[in-house]
Design a binder for this molecule. Structure first.
Ligand code: 5GP
Ligand code: MN
Length: 342
């Protein structure tokens, strides 16, 4: 974590001014490339597309939105407004004038798109991870914000872009995703006030929630049954706070005809286990390569565990890329738990 971002978890007035000035100077005539993190979730895609639509309202004509890795939009996000702006990473301009980065705490999350940052005339980073390394020329990092879309809404306001129902839907998906449907601790009065502003544009919260949280193929349900059926419980882990974990392989996905992103929702039933504080889901990406999702209820700082193992995230929700077997990866997590008790 750099001094600049660590010292001020909120953007300073000068950062907002720099972001507005940079965008007003470069966006109207330049090529603007918007990037969010690999395996994009609702906050990454919603924040990026909501801001892209805002720039379009301002008359910005040359816009591309992208993310690293396989160009696949998870089904829950397949109806988001602004998807027509998305391009695969190979098609993203190599020398854009302005790069805007969303929900990315570290450059490693930009994969093969990291080289677009030094190639651009300016870079503005919008994020809400306290661990953000401050890799942009301008960094709008609000560690107290429930989602990156909170920062996006503020910046759109400072650019005098009014919310319309399409922008609002993108920002609502982002806010609902990162607050767990307005259930987690960061669901502050300000979060509900923002949700009220978004809903007032005419969007349909019930329909959006059904699409992004409450809909999955039958095969995904059967896959979850297999993966949940092999979960292991250790009430003594983490100084007696307890840990539950499971893993899913590419063979599991194939057996049930499912795409990898369906596993993003699997942490939810696992983290509900009452006997534990920490939950871990280990998801195979390739031979010996696994994406690890961790959640805590408050006794363990899982972002400290993740950072120690090369990843990042938030105190109560974090992840990293693990290597080896699921057992080896969970052993590595065990090795970091005692130093991560809150
Ligand atoms: P999830 O478990 O939902 O994939 O991720 C939870 C949180 O951890 C998110 O804030 C996400 O940005 C962060 N995270 C997940 N995986 C990684 C990773 O491999 N590297 C980093 N730096 N952060 C991660
Ligand atoms: Mn986020």
């Amino acid at each position: 974590m750099t001094e600049a971002v660590a010292a001020s978890v909120k953007p300073a007035a000068a950062d907002w001014t720099a972001a507005v000035t940079t965008i007003r100077e470069l966006a109207p005539t330049g090529r603007v490339l918007l990037i969010c993190h690999v395996n994009p979730d609702g906050d990454a895609l919603g924040s990026m597309l909501g801001f892209a639509l805002g720039l379009r309202r301002l008359g910005v004509a040359r816009l591309q939105a992208t993310f690293p890795g396989e160009f696949e939009i998870p089904e829950p996000f397949a109806a988001l407004p602004g998807l027509d702006l998305l391009v695969p990473e190979e098609q993203a301009w190599r020398d854009p004038d302005l790069v805007l980065v969303f929900d990315v705490a570290a450059e490693s999350r930009l994969g093969g798109l990291a080289d677009r940052l030094p190639a651009a005339r300016a870079t503005v980073v919008l994020d809400h991870h306290v661990s953000n390394s401050g890799f942009g020329a301008v960094n709008l990092v609000d560690g107290a914000a429930a989602a990156t879309s909170v920062v996006v809404e503020e910046l759109l306001g400072r650019l005098d872009v009014p919310l319309d129902v399409e922008i609002a839907e993108c920002l609502y998906v982002a806010l609902a995703t990162d607050t767990g449907s307005f259930r987690f601790d960061m669901t502050t009065p300000q979060v509900h006030e923002m949700a009220a502003r978004l809903i007032a544009t005419g969007l349909r919260p019930g329909e959006i929630s059904r699409r992004i949280f409450d809909s999955r193929p039958f095969g995904a349900m059967k896959l979850f049954a297999d993966v949940l059926g092999r979960a292991r419980l250790d009430p003594a882990a983490a100084g007696g706070h307890g840990l539950v974990w499971t893993y899913a392989t590419l063979a599991d996905l194939e057996r049930h005809g499912q795409r990898p992103y369906v596993l993003d929702a699997l942490i939810d039933p696992v983290r509900c286990v009452a006997e534990v504080d920490v939950s871990v889901v280990v998801k195979q990406q390739a031979d010996g390569v696994w994406a690890v999702s961790m959640r805590s209820k408050g006794a363990v700082d899982v972002s400290a565990v993740a950072v120690a193992l090369g990843g990042g995230g938030h105190r109560l929700a974090a992840g990293f890329t693990g290597h080896g077997t699921p057992d080896e990866i969970v052993s590595a997590v065990y090795g970091k738990l005692d130093n991560s008790l809150i």
